[in-house]
Ligand binder design. Sequence first.
Ligand SMILES: CSC[C@@H](O)[C@@H](O)C(=O)COP(=O)(O)O
Ligand SMILES: [Zn+2]
Length: 204
Amino acid sequence: MTDNLQLQQLVAACHWIGAKGWAPATGGNMSVRQDADWCWLSESGKDKGSLTTADFLQVSIADNHAPSGRKPSAETGLHTLIYRLYPDANAVLHVHTVNATVLSRVEKSPALLLNGFEMQKSLSGQTTHLDTVPVAIFDNDQDIDALATRIADYAQTHPLRYGFLLRGHGLTCWGRDVAEARHHLEGLEFLFECEMQRRLLEKP
Ligand SMILES: CSC[C@@H](O)[C@@H](O)C(=O)COP(=O)(O)O
Ligand SMILES: [Zn+2]
């Protein structure tokens, strides 16, 4: 499914994310699906703003195995979970933006509810600011297997769309291709910024 063009587009997306300041100090990780069984994931510990195609490792979607022997992202298990859960997802972007990091701590409930913003329509399938878009929030965990299991359990009853937040950590989002994943990232980040400002200014 993924051709070399998608990987090149992912590298361009990583450079854009780096320039935005959304992956500071080696934070963040990115991937594209190759086919039903394999994806390409960023190598762990690299500066994601200056990656090349050589910094992406082939990883098995079923069991996170990387045949190269090099170490893919510490958060590989969250990318492969999305590819297993959603066959339409072909690109996954994980970032550490200030808005995602702070808002996910300020909001104590299991989901951030976005409502009233025209930019909700930047998310595929959304047609009006009058609808409510829930973005699930999961407590952060250094045990990625345990975190992936928790997310998978939640997704059984609350199908995830566009992305999810990790509390005090960041945003993971996806799309049918790199271009759509970028739109979802940019749209969600804009909405998080608006929601932060709204809460600050409307505070009694
Ligand atoms: C800068 S530490 C952040 C990491 O622990 C992690 O959250 C992250 O996003 C990057 O990990 P990586 O293993 O490079 O993909
Ligand atoms: Zn992270």
